[in-house]
Design a binder for this molecule. Sequence first.
Ligand code: GYE
Length: 340
Amino acid sequence: MNILKNILYLLPAAVLCVGCTAKEVPSTETGAGVHAEDQVDENLIVVGVSQVGAESDWRNAHTESIKSALTSENGFYLIFEDAQQKQENQIKAVRNFILQEVDYIVLAPIVETGWDAVLQEAKDAGIPVILDDRLADVDEDLYTCWLGTNAEKEGEDAGHWLEDYLKDSGRDQETVKMVTLQGTLGATAQIGRTNGFSKVLKEHDNWEMLEMMDGDFTQAKGQEVMEELLKKYEEIDVVICENDNMAFGAVDAIKAAGRTCGPEGEITIISFDAVRAAFDAMIAGDINVAFECNPLHGPKLAEILKTLSEGGKVDKIQYMEEKYFDMTMDLESIRETRAY
Ligand code: GYE
């Protein structure tokens, strides 16, 4: 049976459904976008996804994974909005999804705070919200479930890795001076990695955290912040970079300052994500270790949406599986198996 369903969308941002039949897709959006109407197969699950931006390799892999899972062949009609790292754009996107009467909203909240009002609006409209990647600090009944990474565990694992590394190199009794390039302040991945590492830091009187600075998860900001820290502190033994892209920026800053890093250098670099370029950096001897953060959420997300649309229940919190990689492993072979 073909029933026409009205969905409102902004043409340039929408991933169009080609060759579908049925549901009508009109638009009411104001602003610069082109308004259009489209027909959507009534059987497709209409999903509005509000993505943070394109600030890192991880983020691009995450976007790709979602786009390739939520296709019309798989039973979805995807409306994808890139917020360009601005919370106000995400709030606008969610409000548009509500107007468009999508079946589900998937939100990767840039930071944890500031979502109460808009998520209440989604709830009032009867549209389930799935939080993906990062959490929102809201009442639990404002979202159906959360799929993401255990960033606190990643941070703690990094601390334990450093313990072992210093011990193996006979430096566990020395004073170790470190700095942290933090991700976007207030983002789940930042909060978790900082807190997780801090737990281990507190257990070591000889570990000295000189300063933590916001590098916004980008390579450019990571480099800028590292340049500043190198000028400020003569001795830095360890740099904790809360994602790979900031680590790449930090490596550039360290080299430009005539300093060395990696397993053979004076500064140990710890990173998170383990994207393919991080394997290159580890193989080149620039980064010591990368803690995996798996961005391939698409298939799991599709499974959650299918289950919900069939009236099934899903776990409230779902973590992605993750490992870590360092120079003691066969990085060249592992690199070949990496999907991102
Ligand atoms: O580590 C970073 C990205 O939220 C887990 O965001 C994600 C983080 C990821 O920009 O590279």
